[in-house]
Design a protein around this ligand. Sequence first.
Ligand SMILES: [Mg+2]
Ligand SMILES: [Zn+2]
Length: 181
Amino acid sequence: MIVLDRDGVINRDSKEFIKSPEEWIPLPGSLEAIAELSRMGFRIAVATNQSGVGRGLFDQDTLDRIHARMIGSVEAAGGVISGVFVCPHHPDDGCDCRKPLPGLLRQIAARYAVSPKEMIVVGDSLRDLEAAVAVGAQPVLVRTGNGIATEKQAQQIDNIRIHNDLHDFTDSLTGQIGKPA
Ligand SMILES: [Mg+2]
Ligand SMILES: [Zn+2]
């Protein structure tokens, strides 16, 4: 089971938030990487903080359309995203699913009946990695999105693996080109 953060891992991040399907733009090689992971037999889910909903910047219907575009783009490249798990809450809401809290990862583990310890969690921000550590999953940092800024802090994390991008991470699993950091 592979759990991907969305913004800065699959698509370009924006400080202004991704507020429409048109603003959802895949990072180079990310769709092909997900397709390759699918071919390798991994189940893939997305876990994403989308506080823009809680902040009133866009609504759930718009978020659903953004995710329909993402899923369609992945499918067109030959990959499968099994589920998209979202924290829509405002940071002040006190929910238990906004990363770095592990609620989304627990939801995914329950939905697919897998142990969190069998999950590989790929993210570009420290909170993605902290959520992974909280449930005993394998944390993987990619140097896209916030990844370069995150790298220094991430090196303190036990068992962290670091790759340039999703494609490089995928190559490390096939053992062809990349190698574990
Ligand atoms: Mg991110
Ligand atoms: Zn939440």
